[in-house]
Design a protein around this ligand. Structure first.
Ligand SMILES: [Zn+2]
Length: 374
């Protein structure tokens, strides 16, 4: 999930996804109505100012929660490329799965600890403001921020993977069972059921009249269940692909198409006759990129005779489109998912292209191994 870039802290890009505007608006409205209930005869402009400051501080709290995870992750040698705020809060893009239970525990616990710390800070600020005789609207705003941060800490500590508490649980199970796969299965299954329970409660709320809160609960529960399910599947795939390498699954050599033939010729003489969905594009003996079936589809049929393969070729970007043959198949899967690519070109040590590996090659193996139960 990407968004607008708003700044950079500790080398981490901070981004806001457009869905976040919805939640910003909702929180702003709910804070202003709570503020006007809690305080008497405050001018409208002051009410809006207080609601705006409170809403902004709420998002700063969310950012600090994610930053706490990220800073610990960086200290422990992981890479964090960005933090994105979106409709359900924040998410830090931490580059890979933790290497040990200890690392996972430390990274997971930091977020809720930060939220607890913020809850205490806003609580103290509330007390201090009261003692100093500040206007009720500002003490109420501190009180609200203290409560919301305490709720954030509490919710995130629920032992439902991939919530922070679920990660803490997984790290403990992982340490005692010495099996990441088994620990993830249990923590993610709890996460999934917890998500479905929230969905059920959401429906119940909707039918008893609390439509807004019900829809919120339902959506959050569904997201949690889906994320838990995806983690479960990913770990199973990683387990299945345990000691399989790219060179075990690649097709070699790469089927190629000359760069300067027209699309009509390419469709009939290459795509149809070989029945592959992608080819390397060859120019003077070297591969300059990839051409896929949908690259042809994007060109209107009547222009096929006038368009060369070179014009629709996706130029070779070694960072995103290649992987070396001695890497694990799991890594190839992850690289494809990150770059939204269905296949990667495989290179040897010297960087020359020796084959191609596709997502369907990998998934076929996962299905067969799964079907045989080995
Ligand atoms: Zn967190």
């Amino acid at each position: 999930m990407r968004g607008w870039h708003i700044g950079k802290v500790f080398g981490i890009n901070l981004e806001i996804n457009y869905t976040w505007l919805i939640i910003f608006g909702l929180i702003f409205m709910s804070v202003s109505s709570e503020l006007s209930d809690a305080t008497r005869e405050v001018p409208q402009h002051q009410l809006w100012l207080a609601a705006l400051v409170t809403t902004v501080l709420f998002f700063v709290s969310l950012l600090l929660h994610e930053l706490a995870h990220s800073v610990m992750a960086i200290r422990l040698g992981m890479k964090v490329s960005r933090i994105t705020l979106f409709v359900f809060g924040g998410v830090a893009q931490i580059s890979h799965e933790p290497r040990s239970p200890g690392v996972e525990f430390k990274v997971a616990i930091m977020g809720p600890l930060m939220s607890l710390f913020l809850a205490v800070m806003f609580g103290l600020l509330d007390k201090a403001a009261r003692a100093a005789g500040a206007a009720p609207i500002w003490t109420f705003s501190c009180h609200w921020l203290a409560v919301i941060n305490a709720l954030l800490a509490g919710f995130n500590l629920l032992p439902a993977y991939p919530l922070d508490g679920g990660r803490v649980l997984r790290s403990i199970l992982w340490a005692s069972w010495k099996s990441l796969e088994r620990a993830t299965r249990v923590a993610a299954t709890i996460g999934e059921w917890f998500g479905y329970t929230m969905v059920a409660f959401g429906f119940l709320q909707i039918f008893t009249g609390a439509v807004g809160g019900g829809i919120w609960m339902l959506a959050l529960g569904w997201l949690l269940a889906m994320m838990a399910k995806a983690s479960n599947q990913r770990v199973q795939i990683e387990h299945t692909l345990g000691d399989i390498y790219v060179h075990d699954l690649m097709s070699s050599p790469v089927a190629t198409i000359p760069a300067d033939i027209d699309l009509d010729h390419a469709a009939h003489a290459y795509f149809l006759s070989a029945r592959f969905t992608a080819f390397g594009v060859e120019d003077h003996g070297s591969i300059i990129g990839l051409v896929r079936m949908d690259d042809l589809q994007a060109v209107p049929r009547e222009r096929w005779l006038m368009t060369t393969v070179r014009e629709v070729t996706r130029p070779l970007d070694p960072e995103k489109m290649t992987i070396t043959a001695d890497r694990e198949a799991v890594e190839a899967m992850m690289k494809m998912a990150e770059n939204n690519a269905g296949r990667l070109l495989v290179t040897d040590y010297a960087g020359s292209i020796i084959g191609i590996i596709s997502q369907s090659d990998i998934m076929r193996l996962v299905r067969v191994k799964g079907g045989l139960g080995i």
